[in-house]
Design a protein. Sequence first.
Length: 332
Amino acid sequence: MALNLFTRVDSRKGLFAVEKVTLIYNLLTSVLILFIFQRMDHPLVMLTERAVIAGVTFLLMYLYRLAPCKMTAFIRMAVQMSLLSYWYPDTFEFNRVFPNLDHLFASAEQWLFGCQPAVMFNYYLPQMWVSEPFNMGYFAYYPMILIVAMYYFVFRFELFEKLSFVLVTSFFVYYLIYIFVPVAGPQFYFPAIGADNVAKGIFPSIGDYFNHHVELLPGPGYEHGFFYNLVEASQQVGERPTAAFPSSHVGISTILMIMSWRASKKLFGFLLPFYVLLCGATVYIQAHYLIDSIAGFVSAFMLYILVTKMFKKWFAVPMFKYQPGHIAPEPQ
């Protein structure tokens, strides 16, 4: 299949949908920085970084006008998706100034299930043949995003803008929740309060503890496993005591599965085992409470419907004009 990466395409002028939503999120969080300026560690740096991101967005739009083709369109949208790795830890810079809420979620977990599933799951199934598949599933999260994005770019390019908009907007909705609902998850909260308290079902409030402590202890599982160590290495580098409720790993991967199903049943079937393992892994490695994962699953369907309607309402005209003889895609 010829990709025709550098063939000129006709598209709408101005910002792409994903760029607009990124600028909106950029503006909203910039305003929030100004409101809590005195309570943040480095607000001027954060504002400067936001100005740079906005500048790069407009620069890419200008460069695209000089060479409008599939490759430059891909670069514009891929840059916005790659910036999610910046926006995720950025949520911690906000929610660290608010009192931690893990004690409420751990207590709710105890009340609902009579135990802490994140502790019991691994306690009863510590074997390598359980640990490694779950860690593989958890590690597959970002490869799943890449695979679905590249599939749409190669085979459903006319829907690539929608894919990027749905994913990035869904992430931003989750990130806004994380800013105002500071929950770190079992892997941070349980070591902070001690194993004895967890065993007794005692979950004290720790206030602004995570404003000064971001250490992440090694997680449960088969410590000599290949995927266990991959997950541990990635978490030590990029994980922060934030973003536990609802689980964006479950939410975003569920949205990926919806979009995979609509694009290709074979793609859906290929990703399904990784998706199932990923959902289980969020609790198994103690990254989330079980209620976080359930909320992530349920919210994914609501988000997909909402964000898709937003895209159709705001960007009903296709970004790219179809060539003569090209069959328009089925609406999604």
